[in-house]
Design a protein around this ligand. Structure first.
Ligand SMILES: [Zn+2]
Ligand SMILES: [Zn+2]
Length: 309
């Protein structure tokens, strides 16, 4: 493989994907911070128009990722090329995982390795529930041969940027710097022992992210008049699964939140605005169902939507 900074024939640049990393940055079109970039708004099913669950809260010129679904780094680069400077893939170095379901973590090898391959030197700071350290260790083991070749071969890759510093969380303040304070809280995701939601406080605004959850009072408590509530939602049952519809109805009730339930939750949480993601159901029907029970502004997110609180 190739490294950024090398002299690369233009034909290779085009097919290697490195062109974006070597060209001048696109004109900055970032809105006032903080804001949210939806990288993937889908669920486990391989929807071509919706990548796996992942978003970024941008504050202080930095992207704080929440969940790392499939496509996370390519979607970040798509946002960067549209003018969101903080989404430069090489600068992605912090992520908060809500829970260890594969749709929320399948992009971890991508986030660990791709920014490094194009020149990231900082280790990835990775926050999540218990189990995230073992996952990080095992991903590093899985790619040991790749890391060996890239660091000892002609690529001369740096020996720091593929590393993951994993931080296992319990509910409470998870992280704080000059730009953001991140608070983790427990949600109700079926049989998971600990699934997390996150509240970001930045620039006088509050953004609450549900992760995957059935209706949870902890959302109401942690939002409590928040500027933007980002919540998962379903309307009807997921398509393409195996097993009876009764089984799926039971599962959805214990693990996820219906549009009617979310409208009620957002109202009781006094959310100033609502954005729905992790979508199961038709977006127009979801919008209509949410607006039926919640009076504030509603966004049913698409991939690469940029939403301000
Ligand atoms: Zn999920
Ligand atoms: Zn889940």
């Amino acid at each position: 493989m190739l490294v950024a900074g090398a002299v690369i024939p233009s034909a290779l640049l085009l097919c290697s994907g490195l062109r974006a990393q070597t060209a001048a940055p696109p004109p900055d079109k970032s809105p006032h911070e903080p804001f949210v970039v939806f990288l993937g708004t889908g669920v486990p099913g391989p929807t071509p128009d919706r990548q796996g669950p992942s978003l970024a809260v941008v504050a202080g010129g930095k992207a704080y990722l929440v969940d790392v679904g499939v496509g996370v780094v390519r979607q970040a680069n798509a946002a960067y090329l549209k003018g969101i400077r903080a989404m430069q893939p090489r600068e992605l170095s912090i992520a908060f995982v809500t829970h260890l379901h594969s749709d929320h973590t399948i992009g971890l090898p991508d986030l660990m390795l791709t920014p490094w391959v194009i020149g990231r030197t900082a280790a990835l700071e990775l926050y999540g529930p218990p189990g995230i350290s073992a996952m990080a260790d095992n991903v590093e083991k899985a790619y040991a041969e790749d890391i060996h070749i890239r660091t000892t071969g002609l690529e001369q890759g740096n020996t720091t940027g593929y590393k993951i510093n994993a931080h296992e969380l319990q509910p409470g303040v998870a992280y704080q710097d000059g730009a953001v304070k991140v608070t983790a809280f427990a949600v109700k995701h079926g049989s998971w022992p600990l699934a997390l939601g996150y509240r970001f406080d930045a620039g006088g605004k509050s953004i609450v992210i549900s992760g995957d959850t059935a209706p949870a009072e902890s959302i109401v408590e942690n939002c409590n008049g928040c500027d933007l509530l980002i919540h998962e939602v379903y309307l009807g049952l997921p398509q393409g699964g195996t097993g009876s519809s009764e089984k799926w109805a039971r599962y959805m009730k214990a693990f996820h939140t219906s549009a009617a339930e979310l409208a009620d939750l957002a109202t009781r949480a006094r959310a100033k605005s609502l954005a729905a993601t992790h979508l199961v159901g038709d977006p127009a029907a979801l919008t209509e169902a949410l607006k039926k029970g919640y009076a504030g502004p509603v966004t049913v997110a698409h991939d690469l939507d940029v939403v301000s609180p």
